[in-house]
Write a protein that binds this ligand. Structure first.
Ligand code: ATP
Length: 323
């Protein structure tokens, strides 16, 4: 496996009660790219994401992430690999009983990866990075708009500084303006943090805005994987239907122009699109009050479950990931 390969899926077969979802599926994700996974409803996109997260076990084939074979490496190695990725679930999967602050802090507290007095500055830094205000830290998830839920969930996905980010329908459920702002945020973060991103989406605008390559899941396998302009030209019925009315935007030059227009227009809610270092946040650190729950009494010390951390456990995810 090349050092430029982050994920390598080889000859994967998945079936539920004899119903085959994936057959001899192959997929490679390169370091630093945004790979978008598209496919019809029920084609197995979410199942593939769950396999990549180690939440499902394939009938045959292998998955290597950062060179580690899922399901065949030592538990300790798997834990280490898990800490190198973050996940944004379709509906955010925030814990409703916890404040935004405590939701974002959860991975840090469970892993005890930083000293307790570092939790607050790190959480507030991530909050600023995703364009939320310091006072949003005190809010309950139920007090957030759809766009804010996505941002808070993204902050939690980024809290361990992952190199790899999984996004399940990042703009689903958002109004067009919030979706546009969120996509701009993803573009900025991806550039600033040098992330590798795997994203399931049904949204053509999201593809236009951020995808470097598009993988089409159909007929139980990756039917095609390549740049948008190439994939959009495929004569397959799903692809034709997916890009219906958008085909004329798919030429490489048009996609470039669209992306430039996104970068030029109004901000994404995150410090006018400035990198954190320029905004002075990285050096200065937060100067806001300590949010509720950031004390010894409020600390959550549940041990990580053997099948993954709490924020990635099946019980912690929305229904769409449990289907
Ligand atoms: N745990 C499970 N047990 C049985 N069948 C399952 C399970 N998980 C998924 N399936 C089935 O696998 C198929 C693929 O489901 P999946 O959710 O991966 O599709 P999808 O491409 O993400 O669909 P959508 O775009 O509608 O979300 C469906 O027929 C679904 O019912």
């Amino acid at each position: 496996m090349s050092t430029d390969t982050v994920i390598e899926v080889d000859n994967l077969t998945t079936a539920f009660a004899g119903h085959v979802i994936h057959r001899h599926l192959n997929l490679t994700v390169h370091r630093g790219e945004v790979l978008a996974l598209i496919g019809g409803s029920g084609s197995g996109k979410t199942t593939l994401l769950r396999l990549l997260l180690g939440l499902e076990v394939p009938q045959a084939g292998s998955i290597r992430i950062f060179g580690h074979p899922l399901g065949r490496c030592a538990a300790q190695d798997l834990e280490r690999v898990r800490h190198r990725w973050g996940v944004l679930f379709q509906h955010g999967a925030l814990f409703s009983a916890l404040s935004v602050f405590d939701n974002i802090a959860l991975p840090l507290r469970e892993l005890k990866s930083v000293p307790p007095d570092m939790v607050r500055p790190l959480v507030m830094l991530k909050l600023a990075q995703v364009g939320l205000r310091p006072q949003d830290a005190h809010k309950a998830p139920s007090e957030l708009s759809g766009g804010m839920v996505k941002r808070a969930s993204l902050a939690r996905a980024l809290i361990l500084d992952p190199q790899l980010l999984f996004l399940d329908e990042p703009t689903a459920g958002l109004d067009p303006d919030s979706a546009k702002q969120f996509v701009k945020l993803l573009r900025r973060l991806r550039q600033e943090l040098g992330l590798t991103v795997v994203m399931v989406t049904h949204d053509v605008d999201t593809l236009f805005a951020v995808a470097d390559r598009v993988a089409v899941l159909a007929e139980q396998r990756i039917l095609a994987c390549g740049p948008l302009a190439e994939v959009a030209r495929l004569p397959h019925p799903f692809v034709r239907n997916f890009f219906l009315g958008h085909a004329e935007r798919c030429a490489e030059e048009d996609v470039k122009r669209f992306r430039l227009s996104l970068d030029d227009t109004s901000d994404d809610g995150g410090r006018d699109g400035q990198p954190l270092a320029q905004a002075g946040l990285a050096e200065r650190g937060p100067s806001w009050p300590v949010p509720r729950g950031d004390d010894a009494a409020g600390r959550i010390n549940q041990p990580a479950a053997p099948d993954g951390p709490a924020w990635e456990r099946p019980g912690a995810r929305p229904e769409s990931m449990n289907s």
